[in-house]
Design a protein around this ligand. Structure first.
Ligand code: SAH
Ligand code: SF4
Length: 350
């Protein structure tokens, strides 16, 4: 029993020498061995066949699960998107999604928080409020659960529940771990952080000069309308957001994405297109057009095909570069902004 008390909640997020210390291993190489097994996402110590049998058994009984979290729900829809419900050590629940694109590239859409404080009116997660931040190991474990289903998952987007910039340190720690060339070895350009426009986070990312991809949920380039739809715009209005993005661009020098969730009769007309064209002037961006994914309790509608076509025609005329995103995961409520856990107290893209 004494051993049990000493065991950490999770070995994920630890470097080999930290694992060595946490498990009280005597041989330096064993820390690395365990680390490698963790990267292979094995289910338990029993599978770590290069550890002495007695150690394996001792650790397996002290720590039956290598993760602090458990998959409690798994659903797959017709687009092949799989959504997992993950129960954390304190009973809180987050969701993550595995998305497969046409080229069979697999992307893990991870959550950074339980719920979200930003309150965007078009987003289901926004209706939950913030329950708590996730720790780095809890972010990493979502990836582990998805890798157990699809070992070839190669890309990561922080587009699940939560605002990654509001949990900056833990998100960066998780990214650093997942990037380790001796570990999961996920290239930084295969990792996207999506933000609702939290300026201090964008500036910190620029300062770190960490070449992950940046996506910003713009939704509308009309400042007044944005404040109504996204309360975050009160603290970080569009003109300041643009300044921060110019700064980011100057330092990092990489193209970034603006996520534009299209809401029927709200942000898809000619003037909206012009404001968008005006906002992106001077920015090296790709606009990602996402038809709003419906959520029954929210007061918006999805634009029809003709509405979207007429909006893209306007964008063509104005020379705005855009892509139209096909919403995968809708069938499992695993598409962007559909992630919300049905709890008393208490999203995705390619
Ligand atoms: N908090 C971050 C990341 C999570 S939201 C952010 O806001 O960027 C992930 C993406 O889902 C964002 O691009 C957001 O704009 C989009 N989104 C949220 N709700 C949506 C909905 N109902 N339909 C389509 N996209 C939605
Ligand atoms: Fe939070 Fe992003 Fe949803 Fe806004 S869109 S409520 S920031 S998760």
């Amino acid at each position: 029993m004494e051993e049990l008390k000493k065991m950490p909640k999770s070995l994920y997020g630890m470097k080999p020498n930290e694992i060595l210390g946490a498990l009280g291993l005597s041989r330096a190489y064993q820390g690395k061995q365990v680390y490698q097994w963790l990267v292979r996402c094995v289910a338990g110590f029993e599978e770590m066949t290069d550890l002495p049998k007695a150690l394996r058994e001792e650790f397996a009984s002290a720590m039956p699960s290598l993760t602090s979290s458990n998959v409690i729900d798994e659903q797959t829809d017709s687009s092949g998107a799989t959504k997992l419900g993950i129960e954390l050590h304190d009973g809180a629940i987050v969701e993550c999604v595995l998305l497969t694109d046409k080229e069979n590239r697999k992307t893990a859409c991870l959550s950074s928080q339980v719920g979200c404080a930003m309150g965007c009116t078009f987003c289901r997660t926004g209706t939950m409020g913030l329950i708590r931040n996730l720790q780095a190991f809890e972010i990493i474990e979502q990836f582990v659960h998805l890798r157990r289903i699809a070992p070839d998952t190669s890309h990561i987007v922080f587009m699940g529940m939560g605002e990654p910039m509001a949990n900056f340190a833990e998100v960066i720690q998780a990214i650093t771990y997942l990037h380790d060339p001796d570990g999961f070895d996920i290239g930084l350009r295969r990792i996207t952080i999506s933000t609702s426009g939290v300026i201090p986070g964008i500036l910190k990312l620029a300062e770190l000069n960490l070449p992950v991809k940046l996506a910003v949920s713009l939704v509308t380039a009309d400042n007044r309308q944005r404040t109504e739809i996204m309360p975050v715009n009160k603290a970080y209005p569009l003109d300041e957001l643009k300044k921060a993005l110019l700064r980011y661009q100057h330092v990092v020098g990489k193209r970034f994405t603006l996520e534009y969730v299209m809401l029927h009769d709200q942000n898809t007309d000619g003037p909206s297109a012009k404001k968008l064209a005006n906002f992106i002037r001077g920015l090296d961006v790709m606009v990602n057009l996402i038809p709003w994914n419906p959520a029954a309790e929210l007061p918006w509608e999805t634009p029809g095909r003709r509405e979207i076509d007429s909006f893209t025609r306007e964008l063509d005329l104005l020379g705005v570069p855009y892509t139209r995103r096909f919403s995968r995961g809708r069938g499992v409520n695993g598409a962007c902004g559909q992630l919300a856990v049905e709890l008393k107290a208490c999203d995705t893209n390619l």
